[in-house]
Design a protein around this ligand. Structure first.
Ligand SMILES: O=c1[nH]cnc2c1ncn2[C@@H]1O[C@H](CO)[C@@H](O)[C@H]1O
Ligand SMILES: [Zn+2]
Length: 359
């Protein structure tokens, strides 16, 4: 990882497609908001709370990992709290050198004190707008609305996303426990979104394998795959070290379907054994359209800079690879083509070209 100092990695323009708003709160903010609403936390101060989240999420199971969200969601039930969390999210990403981000969350998980779904989306958008303004144009942030797999309201959330499509919402997603909740359960919502010419990603191939990815792509028409790590189950490597792709893996690669990979999160939920053994290396070598993401910065105690640092350490990645992941992500964003193009040409490419020139 020659030339990759921490400061330069932070400064490098980066693109984040998979990050949960309710998985990225500052520990100190949770402490303060919990005191306001009288929510009992598992730890009393910010440092201990940060440890608790990272350890509790380190369970080896997606279901247990998801239980930790009860404590972030508990403090995100008023417009003021939601706006604050959204604004701080943009501030933290901008400070980490992220120039474009799509942040997802499930509006239905923020209505326990009576907010309307619309009010939740508006509160998030207010925070994002304030954060972008404070960053003076250094970062562009869009919302992705998530419907929860355990619930039965995906169509309503899809309609909410369409209602907000010109006011900051760029796409739709489903999340939550994967086993037992296949993507086709939500076919109605996905077909509706396709008829509306809208974009969506689906968490698939994380807590469950190939059938989930197959349904997401071939039944539901997912533009991107959240994680998608288990696509490696459809790849075999022969004795000579040559990889052979099955039909689904071939399709995903041929169609350039973006994989939103989240290395640290996968190690925590057991979707990968370690960073060093993470399938991202094999998939990137095979030229799948791989992107690097954080998933939940609080639970994984990470940042996009840290994820790149971990990959650089494990696989010897340098600026060339980081630029490739970054351009992959920008190409895969749910932003209009001309805006994606401008970010690539005006912001991303010049910075990495400059780095190469200095090397
Ligand atoms: O990696 C993941 N896989 C599946 N679901 C997730 C993951 N991370 C977070 N959430 C779920 O998405 C909701 C909305 O942001 C979170 O509340 C959490 O339950
Ligand atoms: Zn996720």
């Amino acid at each position: 990882m020659t030339g990759l100092s921490h400061d330069l990695l932070v400064a490098a323009p980066k693109v984040l497609l998979h990050d949960h708003l309710d998985g990225g709160l500052r520990p100190q903010t949770i402490v303060e908001l919990a005191a306001e609403v009288g929510h009992a936390l598992p730890a009393g101060n910010a440092a201990d709370l940060a440890d608790w989240f990272a350890e509790a999420a380190d369970s080896g199971s997606l279901e247990r990992y998801l239980e930790t969200f009860a404590h972030t969601l508990a403090v995100m039930q008023t417009p003021e709290a939601i706006t604050r969390v959204a604004r701080e999210c943009v501030e933290d990403l901008a400070a980490d050198g992220v120039v474009y981000a799509e942040i997802r969350y499930a509006p239905e998980l923020h209505v326990s004190t009576g907010l309307a779904l619309e009010e939740v989306v508006a509160a998030v958008q207010r925070g994002f707008s304030e954060g972008m303004e404070a960053a003076g144009g250094r970062i562009v942030v869009r919302q992705l609305l998530t419907a929860m797999r355990q619930a039965a309201n995906s169509r309503e959330i899809a309609e909410l996303a369409i209602a907000w499509r010109d006011r900051g919402v760029a796409g739709f997603d489903i999340a939550g426990p994967e086993a037992g909740f296949p993507p086709t359960r939500f076919l109605d919502a996905f077909e509706y979104l396709q008829r509306e010419n809208f974009h969506f990603t689906i968490h698939a191939g994380e807590g469950f394998g190939l059938p989930s990815i197959w349904e997401a792509v071939q039944w539901c028409g997912a533009d991107r795959l959240g994680h998608g790590v288990r696509i490696v189950d459809d790849i075999t490597v022969d004795d000579a070290g040559v990889a052979h792709l099955g039909r689904l893996a071939s399709y995903v690669r041929d169609k350039r379907i973006p994989l939103e990979m989240c290395p640290s999160s996968n190690v925590q939920t057991g979707a990968a054994h370690s960073i060093a053994e993470h399938p991202i290396k094999q998939l990137a070598d095979l030229r799948f359209r791989v992107t690097v993401n954080t998933d939940n910065r609080l639970m994984s105690r990470t940042s996009l800079t840290k994820e790149f640092g971990l990959l650089a350490g494990a696989f010897g990645y340098g600026w060339r690879e980081i630029e490739w992941f970054t351009v992959n992500a920008m190409k895969s964003a749910f932003l209009p083509y001309d805006e994606r193009y401008r970010l690539i040409v005006d912001t991303i490419k010049p910075w990495y070209a400059d780095q190469a020139a200095r090397a």
